[in-house]
Design a binder for this molecule. Structure first.
Ligand SMILES: C[S@@+](CC[C@H](N)C(=O)[O-])C[C@H]1O[C@@H](n2cnc3c(N)ncnc32)[C@H](O)[C@@H]1O
Length: 273
């Protein structure tokens, strides 16, 4: 558990800088554009599955940031009621300025949601719960997400885990590259503890459970090949300069299907029991 100096302040300060630097851009909170694109594709494809499309109306995004993802979802799914919640007033201001017709935004904290039990059909996150800097708080967040979800409702959980992160650093070290440090504002999930915890409250869905004939199923470590290319092979060629990113080289290999477990970011689909 990281020291609780004022973890909330660490998070708010970090995202104030992100808001000032990236404004409404897709690079806000994620400067790697291939990762952003693959995350967004996964989220869009999730909403296109037969289990979700036209069946789930009330949708909550926790940690919506500057509203970039909801700007895409509202234009494709105009009939849904999207609610974006975030801790950072600075990012929310940008989200609100988008004036999206299908989405509302509000300030809140996943550890203590103001919503009634059983309010939402879908709750999703994109690298948010890793901002809770202890496992206890992460469990609190998961409990709240569970509480506000309707029975049978879904969580799409795109968060970071230590197994892919460790594998990536082992691969880097073997090639003479330094480990990538875990960002100071993140705590990645330990997979075993996470799976034990969620399996008491949710069914962990497998590939194909949301209906046939769609871009889903996805590989759980859907960014694995991209991370191997962008964080192992690419830095070897660019002599490790971390400012060189989003190159044509990396874009070229983004067609590769995911293989292995080399990305910290992974996707889970959970259904409330
Ligand atoms: C890595 S960013 C991702 C933002 C957005 N999903 C995106 O993809 O750009 C994590 C977001 O979670 C928000 N966040 C952090 N702690 C939170 C909390 N306790 N409750 C709600 N949101 C929180 C942050 O303010 C930030 O906007």
């Amino acid at each position: 558990m990281k020291e609780n100096v004022s973890n909330d302040q660490i998070i708010k300060d970090h995202y104030k800088i992100q808001a000032g630097k990236h404004k409404g851009s897709a690079t806000s909170t994620m400067e790697d554009l291939t990762t952003r694109q693959k995350e967004v594709n996964l989220i869009q494809n999730f909403f296109r599955t037969p289990a979700i499309k036209n069946k789930c109306k009330e949708v909550l995004e926790i940690g919506c940031g500057n509203g970039y993802t909801l700007s895409l979802l509202t234009s494709e799914f105009p009939d849904y009621n999207f609610l974006g919640l975030d801790f950072s007033e600075d990012l929310l201001k940008i989200a609100n300025d988008r004036q999206l017709s299908g989405a509302r935004f509000e300030q809140g904290d996943v550890r203590k949601l103001r919503f009634e039990d059983n309010s939402f059909d879908v709750v999703f996150t994109e690298r948010c719960i890793i901002n809770l800097l202890s496992w206890e708080e992460q469990q609190q967040g998961l409990n709240e997400m569970h509480r506000v979800l309707k029975k049978g409702g879904y969580i799409l959980f795109i968060e970071s885990f230590s197994d892919g992160y460790n594998n990536l650093n082992i691969a880097r070290n073997q090639m003479g590259l330094e480990s990538i440090p875990m960002p100071h504002h993140n705590l990645y999930f330990e997979k075993e503890a996470f799976e034990t915890f969620v399996s008491k409250k949710f069914s962990v869905l497998q590939s194909g459970d949301l209906g046939a004939g769609t871009e889903f199923p996805v590989h759980q470590n859907f960014l694995s090949s991209h991370y191997f290319v962008a964080r192992v092979i690419h830095p070897l060629l660019t002599k490790g300069d971390p400012t060189i990113r989003n190159t044509e080289f990396v874009k070229f290999f983004s067609f590769l299907p995911p293989s292995g477990c080399y990305s910290p970011i992974e996707a889970y689909i959970l259904q409330k029991k």
